[in-house]
Design a binder for this molecule. Structure first.
Ligand SMILES: [Zn+2]
Length: 381
């Protein structure tokens, strides 16, 4: 059994949108109330109130603020759990002191628990959720396991999604006996030791023009808004950037394009890694930690870096699910060593695409494939 998060798109009605926005606001309110309470207690020399004690505070909080009864009550508990986690990170010195959530930067998600089938898929096109009742959705046919909880999100582009956490049994894939080494490149994102090369598709290129148009509109509208805010202030009127609907629209359009690019890339990598795990029992790749530390300002390179990180994460859990093996090796000398005889032949400039070995006289191996074979061999060295 494994836990799986399945993201679906929601199409809430106006009334449902109002509830989601209201529930996000109520969760923000509870976060701030509990945070203020913890701060006040600390000042009076009291001890930190733990996770379950905070759950018990929900009832008195609802007496004091009756409007909290409108909220999805399990979501308030998850919010107090989030606050508890933020405090634990602070105590462990991983993070700063938890901050109040402002109206300007509101909460974008809330989580609701599935109790007695309170979350169910209806007809593949609707999902039943606490307080919201039936919400029209897309992608629910992928939900097959036992539903544990749902996290509802208001995306930066103003749309709504839900990530449904399910527990399901994964089918065990048949063993193939195949072993593959993966080398990471830029024009080709992945080069396999068997010669297959995965193209580094430029998803951002197709949408680049649209993105630039909206980015420019955003910049222009922002400048105009700032001027109007200054002018209004001189007349004693408080205005905020959020008051300019046109500006917000441009911001959402940019966010929408970014989301589409990200989704297309993720789909591409999902498809590739699933196939890889199906076809091979052992997958060997470079341990990318050191590479990720290098900050690179070249766009193609930074996208490739991010994609490799995603590939590693996807392979890590897909191999664990399907009882396959992922081996991470140190990438040193993989491009200098002859994959045939194992001789280190020294550094080569990047423009030399073919690998010729002066030792065993193997000639004309593709440089990248040579490296991928070396990575595969490293797992057994
Ligand atoms: Zn050789």
């Amino acid at each position: 059994m494994v836990l799986k998060g399945i993201k679906i798109k929601l199409y809430p009605t106006e009334k449902q949108k109002i509830f989601i926005d209201r529930n996000l606001a109520l969760n923000r309110f509870v976060w701030n109330q509990l945070l203020a309470m913890q701060g006040a207690r600390h000042e009076n020399g009291g001890r930190y109130v733990g996770k379950y004690a905070m759950h018990n505070l929900m009832k008195p909080l609802k007496w004091e603020f009756p409007f909290l009864k409108e909220a999805d009550s399990t979501s308030l508990e998850y919010t107090s759990d989030d606050l508890d986690a933020a405090f634990l990170r602070f105590f462990n010195k991983q993070n700063g002191y938890p901050r109040f959530k402002s109206r300007k930067r509101p909460k974008s998600t809330y989580t609701t628990k599935c109790i007695n089938n309170s979350i169910t898929v209806v007809d593949n096109h609707y999902i039943q959720m606490p307080k919201l009742k039936l919400v029209k959705c897309h992608g629910a046919h992928r939900i097959t396991g036992r539903i544990m909880r749902a996290t509802i999100r208001k995306e930066p582009d103003g749309s709504y999604t839900a990530t449904i956490l399910v527990e399901e049994a994964v089918p065990i894939l048949p063993k193939t006996g195949a072993i593959v080494g993966l080398d990471m490149g830029i024009t080709h994102l992945v080069i396999q030791s068997d010669g297959y090369k995965l193209k580094n598709k430029q998803f951002e290129r197709a949408l680049a023009k649209q993105k630039r148009i909206w980015q420019r509109k955003f910049a222009r509208r922002r400048e105009r808004a700032l001027r109007e805010i200054a002018a209004a202030k001189a007349n004693g009127v408080e205005l905020q950037l959020t008051d300019f609907k046109n500006l917000q629209k441009a911001k959402q359009q940019v966010a929408r394009i970014n989301k589409r690019i990200k989704n297309q890339r993720l789909n591409y990598l999902h498809h590739y890694t699933t196939q890889l795990v199906k076809e091979h029992d052992i997958i060997v790749m470079e341990d990318l930690k050191t590479k990720n530390l290098m900050k690179n300002h070249h766009l193609a390179r930074s996208i490739a870096d991010a994609s490799w990180g995603i590939i590693k994460n996807l392979l890590t859990y897909k191999c664990a699910w399907h009882k396959k093996e992922l081996i991470l090796v140190k990438p040193h000398y993989t491009s200098q060593t002859c994959s045939h005889c194992g001789m280190n032949t020294g550094k080569k400039p990047l423009h030399i695409r073919m690998f010729n070995c002066p030792h065993c006289h193997t000639v004309g191996i593709d440089r990248d494939i040579n490296a991928a074979v070396n990575i595969r061999n490293k797992a057994f060295a």
